[in-house]
Design a protein around this ligand. Structure first.
Ligand code: NAD
Length: 367
């Protein structure tokens, strides 16, 4: 990869490689865009096969965070960190070493949980830096963001139902939920509480049992794409909407938590052509980001709930623009995000960083 040429195309501001021999830390932080505020995005731990794979992932994910924050109306930029390593061999020292490095960025990047990292890991990082969210409530944090992500997904599904059928009654539809982890479990619970028919699948058998106990019907991993349900709810990994799966869909809506659901833009075009309503992934799954963003001003659960409920309206704005411009919804979301960055980029916001700095200083005294 010609790195600078790639950064030029993707628009990144900064990419930092961190290495600490004694702890075994190998991490990359990518700061994509800080026009709207400091770059906030989770820390993913993954046994990448090589550095190139890790770099590609962090560049793609950090760019996605810029769009997510922008479309969600947050005063945050986009960034992400990847930790190269086996998640089963985590250690306190690796996260503390990373915390020290994150502190050295002076607040341009703020971290949080992502795949294979949790509240305990954030607490280790918090020992070394102010610039971490998703820490335990005893440190003024908001804890696990997943229930908020799930709540946002439910709001997004309601917006889709309203668009497609003119009602928001979850119980009147049927769903196929792929992935029953931190987010998927809560989504299934909300749907079953509303009385909906729900098909579920997961590659880990032990994750199916708790959802089956709510009355969800388990199907195999391959079957999930062809069940007779109105809404496909991807909550596993990315690219599950692809040229092999789309022809199997009886679904009329795709609305779930997974990042990078569309294997390619052409898959988004294909959904549009077939009249399948797609809830753009980074807009519908922003509940967790919204929740941790509130930590930066002093955590308030009620404010978090209100903000996450706003995903319903954000989704409505995307659908209206898509209809007006006759474009797929994924393009409409991009346009809204880019328009906000361009507009706010022309406005000077000196107080935003200052207010975060005041909060960080106050929190430091409590550590
Ligand atoms: P998780 O790791 O807790 O759960 C994912 C589940 O998907 C696991 O149970 C795994 O076994 C299952 N899975 C993986 N591949 C599968 C496959 N091919 N078929 C069936 N099941 C499969 O992750 P999570 O925190 O619940 O996040 C789910 C998705 O949502 C991820 O893509 C994540 O990036 C995205 N997301 C999560 C949050 C959050 O707050 N946790 C926020 C935004 C986006």
């Amino acid at each position: 990869m010609d790195l600078f040429a790639t950064l030029d195309v993707m628009g990144h501001e900064e990419v930092v490689f961190f290495h600490h021999k004694d702890s075994g830390l190998k991490a990359i932080v990518a700061i994509h865009n800080t026009t709207l505020g400091p770059a906030l995005g989770g820390l993913r731990m993954w046994p990448y096969r090589n550095e190139q794979e890790a770099l590609t992932d962090v560049l793609r994910l950090s760019r996605g965070m810029t769009y997510k924050a922008a479309v969600s109306g947050l005063n945050l930029g986009g960034g992400k960190a990847v930790l190269i390593g086996d998640p089963s061999r985590k250690s306190e020292e690796i996260f503390r070493a990373l915390g020290r490095f994150i502190q050295s960025l002076g607040g341009r990047y703020i971290t949080a949980e992502d795949v294979n990292t949790n509240v305990q890991d954030m607490d280790y990082i918090f020992q070394e830096t102010d610039y971490v969210t998703g820490v335990h409530p005893v440190h003024g944090g908001s804890g696990d963001p997943s229930p908020f992500t799930a709540m946002g997904v439910i709001q997004g599904i309601k917006a889709c139902l309203n668009r497609k059928y003119g009602h928001t009654d979850l119980g009147k539809s049927s769903y196929a939920v792929q992935g029953l982890g931190h987010v998927g479990y809560h989504v299934v619970k909300h749907l079953r509480d509303a009385g909906a028919k729900v098909f579920v699948t997961d590659m880990q058998k032990e994750r199916i049992e708790p959802c089956a106990a709510f009355g969800a019907e388990a199907v195999s991993m391959d079957e999930i794409y062809k069940v007779n349900a109105k809404v496909y709810v991807p909550c596993a990994l990315g690219a599950s909407v692809n040229e092999k799966t789309i022809p199997q869909f009886k679904f009329e809506i795709v609305a779930g938590a997974a990042n990078n659901q569309l294997a390619t833009d052409a898959c988004g075009d294909e959904l549009h052509r077939k009249g399948i309503l797609y809830a753009p992934d980074y807009a519908i799954n922003a509940g967790g980001l919204m929740n941790v963003s509130i930590e930066l001003q002093g955590y308030d659960r009620e404010r978090a709930n209100r903000m996450v409920a706003g995903i319903y309206d954000i989704m409505g704005n995307i659908f209206r623009l898509a209809e007006r411009e006759k474009i797929p919804t994924y393009q409409a979301a991009d346009r809204l995000a880019e328009a906000r960055i361009a507009a706010i980029g022309k406005v000077k916001l000196p107080t935003v960083r200052q207010s975060y700095d005041r909060f960080f200083a106050a929190r430091r005294t409590g550590r």
